[in-house]
Each structure stands twice: as structure tokens, then as C-alpha cells.
Design a protein around this ligand. Structure first.
Ligand code: ADP
Ligand code: MG
Length: 470
């Protein structure tokens, strides 16, 4: 590794711990270092969308992570790797992010954005992975309902009455949302006369924004309305007022016309804080299904299905039962790590021409074994646990009462909501009886200040955290 690449991996490490695993994977996993020169760093991402998103939301963060490793860096040039998108004709100018020193803190400023070229594949749909079908989807306790609903949708025919609309599936990272949605798309498009379109929210926005710029928005809408089933993945990434308004329009138009809409997101509709209430309630008005974490049986099933798939190309590849059991027991985090584990065993056994053994598996997957599975904590859980601890009711916490015995628990609960979940201040305010975000901020600061001085309170807060993380 060159020292530049070394630095880059340290910067990525910083980014990852600063924004958290999920955000990192969504936005930064595909970011590459192109080069460094004097005080500027050139980075690239595969899509324009990623570029503008990162510039709008993370410019400063990226820069300060660089500066922590390389203080001489004052400028980040973010470019789009054009080779990945052959449809993009114009090579984009890098849009520099420059640092200005104010109060000793670097701040990022964005220059005018580069011209956007016409986008002709707005409605081409997002690419599908041929392996993600119903045949390879393993059904278990965590996903029975979601699977059944998805099957039902996939088997519908043109003109059939739609049973649940939209079908909304939510689950944490790597629990099979994309797999299930793509399975619906494959099944729908093979052999039936229906047109099923699979789009990531990113693609929806990208297509829509690009279409607006080239003034083909109408054509885009028309095309969207011409499909029977619209499948949208990762809805939590749908951002921006006009995109959302358009999404809402599209959703209403499709549903009213009796077309099926299937959606996946990492959280329930009520937690999609950036969407407005009308969209949220429309989303919640169909069937909302959560997929739980993968149990050991399900993990074992997924591993077996992966091995079977690998064996169609590599007949000699074999993973002994004891290794499968070991993997299913220890890799508890999500389906992606299971897939990664099998890929590594395959690569290792092919490259070294060695059979897979338990010892080799232990060595190869060590970093995928997480000592403790991070738990997704919900605001309701926080309210419940805090209410119990302080012997008040949950509705007291949400009420406007300002007596001391509810004010403090309410502040503690808001503080925990801010520190243990990814929810924004306005969202937390909304979930605490429609309070303003400044009230939440005040509570968070207050408790932060108190725990550093008040040992008893600090102990209480720690105990609440433990209860919630159990
Ligand atoms: P998500 O979209 O929820 O983040 P994915 O659908 O991408 O998760 O799943 C991550 C990996 O785990 C994929 O390789 C997927 O095939 C696999 N996986 C998850 N759940 C299942 C399942 N029930 N059966 C088979 N494979 C699964
Ligand atoms: Mg996914």
C-alpha cells in the first residue's frame, strides 16, 4: 500500500466512526481516492447523485476527517467516475470544496455545481441482481409475513384487485429487503404481462431531478404511470421537498389507478422524519411489515443457499456442516456478512486449492464475528423504560405538564433518544408530543451538562442505557 492509500484508509476509518456504519455504507463505501497534490485531495464517486449528496451534507465532515490525518489538506475535489456511467456524456468538472478558517474550525463552502447532462435512462430501473430471487430467499420466523405478502404481490395479474397498497417492508441493514424486492421484480417481469419497475430511491430522485432539468418531467411521470408495479428500495434516502412532492403525486396516482406499490426502508413510515404527514399516512395505509433480525436457523439456511449457489460454478467447493454451524452461530449481524463469509471461504479454498476447514473458517471470518450485535433502539422503548424507571406514565412524558417529576424524566428520555437513535431533533420533538426541536436541544444539553457533574444522575442514565441495549 502506498502511503496515500494508507492515509485514505485511515480517513475512511474516521469517517466511518464519525457518521456510523449505516450512513458510511450508504454514502461513502464507493468513494475512492484518485490522488493528492499539495493541499488538495481528489476523491471520486460513481454517481452524480452521490457527489451532490456528499457535497451538500458531508463536505465539511470529509474535509475535517482528512485534516485530522493530513493537516496540510485544505481542499477536496469530488468527481464522478465517468467510466461507471457510460450514459453520461459530459465529463464533469470537479466541484471544489474549499476550507476557510473561521474560529479555528474548517468550514466547507460549495462552488457552483457543474452542468448536468441529459439523462436518458431515468426510467430504465435500477440494476437487478440475478441471484436475488424467491428461489434463493430463505423463509424463517423473522420474515414469514413479509415473504408471504411479497409473493402475493408478485403473483398478481394485471387488473387483479390490489390487496395491500402500498406494501411497505422495513428492517435493518442486511436483513433481506433488497433481496425480497428484487425477487418481486424478477417474478413479476418473467412470464406475466405486467410491467414491474424496480427503483432505488436514489434512482427515483436522480431520474426525477435530471428529468426536471431537461424538462422531460412530464414524460417521466407518464412513463412512471404506465407501469403495473412500482418497487422502491431504500425509501429513507428520499430527500428534498420537490422530489418528495413528486413522490407523493406518483404514489397517489399509482394507488388510485389500482397499481401496486412496494416499498422498503430501514424504518417504519412513522419514523421517516423528512417526509410530510400526508405521505407518511399514505405509506402507513397499506400493509406495513417489519422483518426481524435473522435467527440462527435462518442464518444457517442462508449460508446453505449461498453455498449451493456457489457450487453451480465451483462444483468442488464444499463447506462441512460443522463450519456452517460455526458461521451461523457466530456471524449474527446480518445477511451481508454471511454472504461475505461464504465468498471468502470460496476465494480462499480456490486460490490455495485447499478444502474448507473449521480452522480456516475461524481465521478467515474473524473480523465478521461481532462480539455484540448492536440493537436498534426505538423511541417508544426509550419512553417506556424511562417512564417505568421514574414511575410516571408514558403520556406524562408526552404531555405538556411542567411539574418537576415529569420534566426531568422527559429530558432524560429526549437525551437518550438523541444519543441512542439516529433520529433528528425535530423528529424527536414530534415524537414527544409535538415539541419544538429547540426544546429537545435544550433537554439534550441540560442532561449532558448534568451527567458530568451529578454522579447519581449519570448512574441512572447509564442504567437506562443498559436496559435499552439488553
Ligand atoms: P437489505 O436490503 O435489507 O439491507 P439485502 O437484501 O441486501 O439486505 O440482504 C443482504 C444479504 O443477505 C444478501 O446477500 C441477501 O441475499 C442475503 N439475505 C438476507 N435475507 C435473506 C433470506 N431470507 N434468504 C436468503 N438470503 C438472504
Ligand atoms: Mg437494501
Amino acid at each position: 500500500m502506498t502511503s496515500e492509500q494508507d492515509r485514505w484508509s485511515r480517513v475512511k476509518g474516521r469517517l466511518r466512526s464519525s457518521v456510523g456504519e449505516d450512513v458510511y455504507t450508504s454514502w461513502f463505501a464507493r468513494m475512492d481516492l484518485e490522488g493528492m497534490q499539495d493541499e488538495s485531495v481528489r476523491l471520486s464517486v460513481p454517481t452524480r447523485f452521490l457527489k451532490s449528496w456528499i457535497q451538500a451534507h458531508y463536505a465539511e465532515r470529509v474535509l475535517s476527517c482528512w485534516q485530522a490525518e493530513a493537516p496540510e489538506v485544505h481542499r477536496i475535489d469530488l468527481t464522478v467516475r465517468t467510466a461507471v456511467r457510460p450514459t453520461v456524456a459530459l465529463k464533469e468538472m470537479p466541484a471544489p470544496i474549499e476550507a476557510k478558517r473561521m474560529d479555528g474550525r474548517p468550514s466547507a463552502e460549495l462552488r457552483a455545481t457543474a452542468p448536468v447532462s441529459a439523462n436518458h435512462d431515468a426510467l430504465g430501473g435500477s440494476p437487478l441482481d440475478p441471484r436475488l430471487t424467491f428461489a434463493s430467499f430463505v423463509v424463517g420466523r423473522a420474515n414469514t409475513l413479509a415473504h408471504a405478502a411479497a409473493r402475493q404481490v408478485a403473483e398478481g395479474r394485471r387488473g387483479d384487485p390490489v390487496m395491500f397498497n402500498p406494501l411497505y417492508i422495513h428492517a435493518g441493514v442486511g436483513l433481506g429487503k433488497t433481496h425480497l424486492l428484487q425477487a418481486v421484480t424478477w417474478a413479476g417481469n418473467s412470464g406475466s404481462e405486467r410491467k414491474v419497475l424496480y427503483l432505488t430511491a436514489e434512482k427515483f430522485m436522480y431520474g426525477f431531478v435530471a428529468a426536471l432539468k431537461t424538462q422531460t418531467a412530464l414524460a417521466f411521470k407518464e412513463a412512471l404511470r404506465g407501469i403495473d408495479v412500482l418497487v422502491i428500495d431504500d425509501l429513507q434516502f428520499l430527500q428534498g421537498k420537490s422530489t418528495q412532492a413528486e413522490f407523493c403525486h406518483t404514489l397517489n396516482a399509482l394507488i388510485d389507478a389500482g397499481r401496486q406499490v412496494v416499498i422498503a426502508a430501514d424504518r417504519p413510515p412513522s419514523d421517516l422524519e423528512s417526509l410530510d404527514d400526508r405521505v407518511r399516512s399514505r405509506l402507513a395505509g397499506g400493509l406495513v411489515v417489519e422483518m426481524g433480525s435473522l435467527g440462527e436457523d435462518l442464518r444457517l439456511g442462508i449460508l446453505k443457499s449461498r453455498v449451493a449457489a456457489a457450487r453451480t460454478h465451483h462444483a468442488s467447493f464444499d463447506v462441512p456442516e460443522e463450519v456452517l454451524n460455526y458461521l451461523a452461530r457466530t456471524i449474527t449481524h446480518n445477511g451481508r456478512d454471511l454472504e461475505g463469509a461464504i465468498n471468502r471461504l470460496l476465494a480462499h479454498s480456490k486460490l490455495n486449492n485447499q478444502p474448507v476447514t473449521l480452522e480456516m473458517a475461524e481465521r478467515e471470518v474473524r473480523d465478521l464475528v461481532r462480539p455484540q450485535e448492536p440493537k436498534r433502539i426505538k423511541i417508544e422503548d426509550i419512553q417506556r423504560v424511562v417512564a417505568r424507571q421514574y414511575n410516571v406514565s408514558r403520556s406524562d412524558l408526552l404531555s405538556s405538564r411542567r411539574t418537576a417529576n415529569v420534566v426531568r424524566p422527559r429530558q432524560v428520555a429526549m437525551y437518550l433518544a438523541k444519543t441512542l437513535t439516529l433520529r433528528s431533533l425535530p423528529e424527536i420533538g414530534r415524537r414527544f408530543g409535538g415539541r419544538d426541536h429547540t426544546t429537545v436541544l435544550h433537554a439534550v444539553r441540560k442532561i449532558e451538562a448534568l451527567v458530568s457533574k451529578d454522579a447519581a444522575l449519570s448512574e441512572e442514565v447509564e442504567s437506562l442505557k443498559r436496559q435499552l441495549q439488553e
